[in-house]
Each structure stands twice: as structure tokens, then as C-alpha cells.
Ligand binder design. Structure first.
Ligand code: MLT
Length: 404
């Protein structure tokens, strides 16, 4: 009789956003007349920018012509895209990342889940709490997290680094040295971030204890403050301790298009073994590349027209973020984030749990958000709203919340 990967049986409940979708569907079926406003999952609502649409059309035409048709993409991604990434996301910021250290993929969710595969199951992971659930769940699937305690909602072998209003959402160095440190900055879900100096301390710490930082920079385009790093490679020493994961979903609206990349610097080694070679081997074996059409669309993100159009798109969402932040503050809520990230993190009122507030908001205001506790035990008593809705819906949601 075959056996299954028992680690999957250890996972409590379903994936956070699947649970929310199910709850919302049930509510909508029971109340078909209600007009729900969805500010839950961080999914974009604005159409793709014209420069990207043009690139997609052009690439589709190329695929319909024998002279320009393309089959399998190169393992690491097309050079035209890796060059554009290296130039714009790194060299323009004074960071020494070469195109062959960039691995193009179908998005940061899969990369952030898959990257743990190249590390030993014996490694100890450290995560911020609250945290993007993919980091923990993918390590559970791999058998790296020990046993789950339903009372504390914690895994025995995971190091949790609480990020709450008490410590200004700045994680402290763990008492036991971890081997793998997940950092998402600007942060999902809290919408807060670290300064470049604070990030430098993490890079120094990782180099000192021999840990690798898995750095998720999916929300980098939303940084508005000067003292925040746009990439971890702005920090000295990051090339020997950090892998960076990037997404086109939030900066360019590719949630339904799918494109991302991972940077593995060649100096990043375990003894004599370079992680670059390992990830290249993994990529080559398990992945056949993001579609040519999509990689051309990604290239257009870095064109002059693309950059200008996407700057406007990011500003559109950040106008929502400011409206949510200010509106909730006026209504007496305690709110965080929303300055360098498109997420607003609020304290639930009247000692409500995160899920109580979720139900209350859904039933009373017909607004969908995300319960903070779904991101980890330190998220209990908090709630996340996304700025990725339309401006009209965002304002309408605020009116409803104020009227509760
Ligand atoms: C979120 O809402 O946290 C994100 O949209 C989920 C994701 O990017 O996969």
C-alpha cells in the first residue's frame, strides 16, 4: 500500500485565503441581496497598464508567426528580462547583482514555498509572527516544523518573532540562533517595515550566526520613505547571506498573469557548496519557465512608458491606503502600516478576536477583510484591510465601517 507524505496531515485547517473564500461564499449564498466589498486578499483590481498590454499583444503576434515563434524558455528566464531586472532593480540602486544570478519564475508565492527544498530538514526556521502563511505551511509540508500545539497555535520547531504594536513591529533577534530567517519587507500582513539600518542589523546577524535570510520583497514598489531599503542587497554583506524573492503581482498587477523572480548571489554558500548551483539545478529539473509572452510583459514593466504608468497605479492604491488609514483613525481605530505598503493593520475594537471582527464586519458592513490571527498567534486581536480595491469601493467600505 502506498504511503502519503504525513506532514500534510499535520497542517491545521485549510489555507487562510481558501477559508475566507469559503466563509464569504456561504455568507453570500445565505444573503444574495447583499453587496459585498472585498478588502480581504491582496488581489489587484486595476487593469494592466497600456505598455504591458502592448507588449502582450506584440508577443502573442510573434507566437503566431513561424519566424518568431518560441518554445521552451531558457532555464533561468529570457536574457532580455533578466538584463532589465538587473539594470533597473539592482544596478540603478548601486547593487551588484548580475543577470545570471536572477531566476525568472511564475511568481513569488511558489518561489517562497519552493526555496526551502534546497535546505536540510534539520534546519531551524525563524518567522515573524504574524507572517505570510506560505512560509510556515511549506515548511510543515517538508517536515521541518515539529509538532503543532492547537492551544498556542505554534509549531514546536519554529522560532516565532512577535511583531506587535508593543515592539513597533520590529522583530527581535531570537534567543536560539535560527538557520533560515524569513523576512517580508515591507511586511505582509502588518503593512509596516524596517529602516535600512535595522535591516543591516539582520544581515550582520545572519552572517554572524551562519543563517540564510529568505527575503520577500513583493511590496517594494510601495516604499515611500527614504530610509527604507528597496532590496536587501543595499545592505553590506547581503550577498553572503540573503536570497531575495520578488513578484510582479503587486507592482505591475500580474496576480492573474504570473511572474516573479528569485536572486541567489554566487557568494552564498554552505561550506563549498554554492546555493546558486543548487537552485539552478532545482529550477532546471522542476520548472519549464514563465511563458515567453509573460516575460515580454515583464520587460515592459521596465520601459519608460511602463515605469510611468505603474508609478500612477501604485499611487492609486496608496491613495486608497491613505484613505483607509485616515478614515479608520477618524472612526477611532488604532491603525498601523499603509505608508510603505498597501496593507492597513488595525487593532480590533472592544477586545474582539480577529475572527469575531471578521464576522461582525461581514454581517454589519458587508466588508470582507482578513483576520490577523490567520497569520499567526501574535496577529490575534488585529485585522488586515487591503488597499488594492477600487477607490470607489474603498470609500464606500469606509462609510459602512464608520456607520457600524
Ligand atoms: C495576501 O493577501 O496576503 C496576498 O495577496 C497573498 C499572496 O500574495 O499570495
Amino acid at each position: 500500500m502506498f504511503k502519503i507524505n504525513d506532514n500534510y496531515q499535520k497542517l491545521p485547517g485549510s489555507y487562510l485565503f481558501s477559508t475566507i473564500v469559503k466563509k464569504v461564499r456561504e455568507y453570500q449564498e445565505a444573503n444574495p441581496e447583499k453587496n459585498l466589498i472585498r478588502l480581504g486578499i491582496g488581489d489587484v483590481t486595476q487593469p494592466l497598464a497600456p505598455a504591458i498590454i502592448d507588449a502582450l499583444h506584440g508577443a502573442v503576434d510573434e507566437m503566431g508567426n513561424a519566424a518568431t515563434f518560441r518554445g521552451y524558455a531558457p532555464d533561468l528566464g529570457y536574457e532580455f528580462l533578466r538584463n532589465a531586472i538587473a539594470e533597473n532593480d539592482y544596478r540603478a540602486r548601486g547593487c551588484d547583482i548580475s543577470p545570471d544570478e536572477i531566476f525568472v519564475s511564475d511568481g513569488a508565492k511558489s518561489d517562497s514555498a519552493n526555496i526551502q527544498e534546497i535546505f536540510s530538514v534539520e534546519n531551524k526556521i525563524a518567522v515573524c509572527d504574524p507572517v505570510y502563511p506560505v512560509y510556515v505551511d511549506s515548511n510543515v509540508m517538508a517536515g521541518r516544523t515539529g509538532t503543532y500545539d492547537p492551544a498556542t497555535e505554534m509549531w514546536s520547531d519554529v522560532i516565532y518573532m512577535p511583531c506587535t504594536k508593543e515592539n513597533n513591529f520590529v522583530p527581535e533577534f531570537p534567543k536560539t540562533a535560527p538557520d533560515m530567517i524569513y523576512l517580508c519587507l515591507p511586511n505582509n500582513p502588518t503593512g509596516t517595515t524596517l529602516t535600512k539600518d535595522q535591516l543591516q542589523e539582520w544581515v550582520d546577524y545572519a552572517n554572524k550566526v551562519g543563517a540564510v535570510i529568505l527575503y520577500d520583497g513583493a511590496y517594494e514598489a510601495y516604499i515611500s520613505e527614504d530610509n527604507v531599503a528597496h532590496t536587501i542587497y543595499e545592505c553590506e554583506g547581503a550577498r553572503t547571506c540573503a536570497i531575495e524573492l520578488k513578484s510582479f503581482s503587486k507592482n505591475a498587477g500580474f496576480t492573474g498573469v504570473r511572474l516573479g523572480y528569485t536572486v541567489v548571489p554566487k557568494e552564498l554558500k554552505c561550506g563549498d557548496v554554492a546555493l546558486h548551483g543548487m537552485w539552478a539545478r532545482r529550477h532546471g529539473t522542476k520548472f519549464n519557465g514563465a511563458p515567453y509572452i509573460v516575460q515580454r510583459a515583464g520587460e515592459a514593466v521596465y520601459s519608460a512608458a511602463g515605469k510611468a504608468q505603474l508609478k500612477e497605479q501604485v499611487a492609486y492604491y496608496m491613495k486608497n491606503a491613505a484613505a483607509i488609514k485616515n478614515g479608520l483613525q477618524e472612526a477611532g481605530y488604532e491603525v498601523f502600516g499603509g505608508v510603505n505598503a498597501p496593507y492597513i493593520w488595525l487593532k480590533t475594537p472592544d477586545q474582539m478576536t480577529s475572527w469575531e471582527f471578521f464576522d461582525y464586519l461581514l454581517a454589519t458592513a458587508n466588508v470582507v477583510g482578513t483576520p490577523g490571527s490567520g497569520f499567526g498567534p501574535s496577529g490575534e486581536g488585529y485585522f488586515r484591510l487591503t488597499a488594492f480595491g477600487t477607490y470607489e469601493n474603498t470609500l464606500a467600505a469606509l462609510e459602512r465601517i464608520k456607520a457600524m
